[in-house]
Design a protein around this ligand. Structure first.
Ligand SMILES: [Zn+2]
Length: 252
């Protein structure tokens, strides 16, 4: 997905290697699962990245628009207890080697950013509220202030709830529309009056384009979390105790 020098991944619900039985690889410490098991899953992900859990940096994720720059000193935050997460933050950026930027998702849009030549990486959690606050564009703006030109950025938009399944009311469409990126096709009227189907991944793609990214540098996984129960957790489908999949990015 992203150029040399950076590694990124999105987890699935997992399957047991031996019998392919669902492993339910939930990565959230806040949905009622045994914390030891969740931590074990996080250790597994760290191993896939050739890193340790002590390098992971988690954020509180409050469906806000704030993005934080983190450093080596933040490594381990939120990794074994949610209480230590970077507070009131839905986006993480770093230019350092050690931090593994780690965010959790169940339908919301994961937006990965990388400028491998300058050594910057980023990860954003964009639900409709974060999207309405243009969180992905805010991340790009912070990077620009650090000397990373938007045109040099690569972006990956991970699996999220698709236009097929994401029915919302007018309040949501209006809030996201206020972010200015609701041109043709991103919200279509559903069969129920006053309801719309929203393509949140597309809205985020347009936010990135408007922020100055080149179209050919934005890649999108066109996979809906709600209609692929064999692969993904989905808040819409499974409710508030739904597991969470993880998005991770770090240098390599
Ligand atoms: Zn769907």
């Amino acid at each position: 997905m992203i150029d040399d020098g950076v590694q990124a991944l999105v987890t699935t619900r997992g399957a047991d290697e031996a019998d392919h039985a669902p492993l339910m690889m939930n990565l959230s410490l806040l949905v009622g699962d045994d914390p030891d098991q969740v931590i074990q899953h996080r250790r597994q992900v760290a191993k896939w990245l050739s890193r340790s859990i002590e390098s992971m940096v988690y954020a509180e994720q409050v469906h806000g628009g704030d993005v934080a720059i983190v450093t080596e000193a933040d490594c381990g935050r939120g990794a074994v207890t949610a209480a230590g997460s970077v507070p009131a933050t839905d986006g993480l950026l770093t230019c350092e080697y050690r931090p593994v930027l780690s965010l959790l998702f169940a339908d919301c849009v994961p937006v990965f950013l990388a400028a491998p030549e300058q050594g910057w990486i980023g990860l954003v959690h964009a639900g409709w509220r974060g999207t309405a606050q243009r969180i992905a564009a805010r991340a790009v703006k912070i990077l620009a202030a650090e000397g990373v030109s938007p045109a040099s950025l690569w972006a990956g938009i991970g699996p999220s709830i698709g236009v097929c399944c994401y029915e919302v009311d007018e309040t949501v469409v209006r809030a996201v529309g206020a972010a200015g990126q609701l041109a043709a096709g991103a919200a279509v009227p559903s069969s129920i009056p006053g309801r719309f189907r929203l393509d949140l991944g597309e809205v985020n793609r347009r936010l990135l384009l408007a922020a100055g990214l080149a179209e050919e540098r934005i890649e999108r996984a066109e996979l809906c979390t709600a209609c692929h129960p064999q692969w993904f957790f989905s808040y819409r489908r499974d409710g508030r105790h739904s597991g969470r999949l993880g998005g991770f990015i770090c240098r390599k």
